[in-house]
Design a protein around this ligand. Structure first.
Ligand code: NAP
Ligand code: ZN
Ligand code: ZN
Length: 351
C-alpha cells in the first residue's frame, strides 16, 4: 500500500515552504523504506526552488542529502535490513545498462538518471525528495552509513561530500598536491577536510577572512581573502587543482591564472548565469577547465567509509522544519557554518 507522509512543499517557484504531504509508493520487492532522521539543505535546493536553473516541477519537495533508518524492506532486498542506518543522495534510479551505469558512474547515465526530486521516474511519476518523514528507494541507490558517523553529520556527505570527493580522487590528489578550494560553504568546507585527509596542501580562497579560523581548524594550511587587493596576483601559478564550489559568478580568467602548468580548474559550483573565459588563459600554460557532477553509488559509499575512517563529517547546524524558509535566505547570504540539516522528525510535529 502506498503511504501519505508529512513533507515540506514549495508550492510554486520561490514560494515559502508549507507543511503538506507526499505519497510514497508501496514498498516493492527491491525497495527500502527509510524513516528520515536528517536532511541537508544544499544550495542546489535553493537554486531549484528559486527557479535559477530554469523552470522546475512544482509543487516541489527538495532534499537529496538524506540520512535515516530502514523501516521496511521488500522481499527481494539483500543489501539492507530493518534498523540499518542508511542514506540516499541525488540518484534514485538509472538505466543500469549503459556504459556509465556499468562503470558505476550512474551520475552520467546515458538515459538520464532519475533524480531524487524535481524529476520523473521511468514510469513517469514525479519524484519528491527528503524534506519529508520517509522515502521509498530501490536498494541499489541506498547507501550504508558506517557506525562511526553521526546521522546529522553524515547527511551532507550524500551530496556535498561526494561532489567534492569525486573530482579530488579523479585528479589523484594526495601528499604534495597543491589544492585550492574556492568558496567555503557546504561543499567547500568538506572539500577542505577531505583534501587535507588525502594529504594535500590545502589553500582556501574565500571572499573575506571571516571564516579563517574555521578553515585552518578544518585542515587548510593557508586561507586567503579575495577582497584583499592583489590577493589573486600573489597566488599566480601556485596550484595543481582549483575546486570551484562558488554558487555565484566567478572571475574565471583570474582563477585560471592561479594554476601551474597542467593545472586544472574544476567547476562543481553551478551558478545561474553563463560564465566566460579567454582561451589564452588555458593555452599559455596548458591548463584545463572541467566540471564534475556528484558521484556514482560505489564512490558515494567510498566517501562515507573514508569519512568514517578519518573521523570526519560535515559541520552542521540543525534546524526544525519551521525554520527552513529562513534558512534558505541565510544560505544565500553565506550565513551558515557550514550546512543546515533539518531534523526530519519535526516535519508535521511540533518542533
Ligand atoms: P553554499 O553552502 O552556499 O556555499 C557556496 C559558497 O560560495 C559560499 O560559502 C561562499 O564562499 C561562496 N559564494 C556565495 N555567494 C558568492 C558570491 N556572490 N560571490 C562569491 N562567492 C560566493 O553552497 P553549496 O551547497 O556548497 O553549493 C555550492 C554550489 O555547488 C552551488 O551552486 C550548488 O548548486 C553546486 N552543487 C553542485 C553539485 C555538483 O554535482 N556539481 C553538487 C552540489 C552542489 P565564501 O563565503 O567562502 O566566499
Ligand atoms: Zn546537493
Ligand atoms: Zn545508464
Amino acid at each position: 500500500m502506498s503511504r501519505t507522509v508529512p513533507a515540506l512543499v514549495a508550492p510554486s517557484v520561490g514560494a515559502p515552504f508549507e507543511l503538506s504531504t507526499v505519497v510514497r509508493r508501496e514498498v516493492g520487492e527491491h525497495d527500502v523504506e527509510i524513516a528520515i532522521a536528517y536532511v541537508g539543505v544544499c544550495h542546489s535546493d535553493v537554486h531549484e526552488v528559486r527557479g535559477e536553473w530554469g523552470q522546475g516541477r512544482f509543487p516541489m519537495v527538495p532534499g537529496h542529502e538524506i540520512a535515516g533508518v530502514v523501516s521496511a524492506v521488500g522481499g527481494a532486498v539483500t543489501r539492507h535490513a530493518v534498523g540499518d542506518r542508511v542514506g540516499v543522495g541525488c540518484i534514485v534510479d538509472s538505466c543500469r545498462t549503459c556504459r556509465s551505469c556499468r562503470a558505476g558512474e550512474e551520475q552520467y547515465c546515458l538515459r538520464g538518471y532519475v533524480e531524487t526530486y524535481d524529476s520523473t521516474d521511468y514510469s513517469g511519476e514525479p519524484t519528491y525528495g527528503g524534506y519529508s518523514r520517509s522515502i521509498v528507494v530501490d536498494e541499489h541507490y541506498v547507501l550504508r552509513i558506517p557506525a562511526g558517523l553521526a546521522l546529522d553529520e553524515a547527511a551532507p556527505l550524500l551530496c556535498a561530500g561526494i561532489t567534492v570527493y569525486s573530482p579530488l580522487r579523479r585528479a589523484g590528489v594526495g601528499p604534495g598536491t597543491r589544492v585550492c578550494v574556492v568558496g567555503m560553504g557546504g561543499l567547500g568546507h568538506l572539500g577542505v577536510r577531505i583534501a587535507a585527509a588525502l594529504g594535500a596542501e590545502v589553500t582556501v580562497l574565500s571572499r573575506t577572512l571571516a571564516k579563517r579560523d574555521d578553515g585552518l581548524r578544518l585542515g587548510a594550511h593557508r586561507y586567503v581573502a579575495t577582497d584583499e587587493p592583489g590577493a589573486l596576483d600573489r597566488l599566480a601559478g601556485s596550484f595543481d587543482l582549483l575546486l570551484n564550489t562558488v554558487s555565484a559568478d566567478l572571475d574565471v580568467d583570474g582563477h585560471l591564472a592561479l594554476l601551474a602548468l597542467d593545472g586544472e580548474l574544476v567547476f562543481v559550483g553551478l551558478p545561474e548565469h553563463p560564465q566566460s573565459f579567454r582561451p589564452f588563459s588555458l593555452v599559455g600554460v596548458r591548463r584545463r577547465l572541467s566540471g564534475s557532477n556528484i558521484g556514482g553509488i560505489r564512490e558515494t559509499q567510498e566517501v562515507l567509509d573514508f569519512c568514517a575512517e578519518h573521523g570526519l563529517g560535515a559541520e552542521v547546524e540543525t534546524i526544525p522544519a519551521g525554520r527552513l524558509t529562513e534558512a534558505y535566505d541565510r544560505v544565500v547570504r553565506g550565513d551558515v557554518r557550514y550546512r543546515f540539516v533539518v531534523d526530519a522528525t519535526t516535519i508535521g510535529s511540533p518542533g
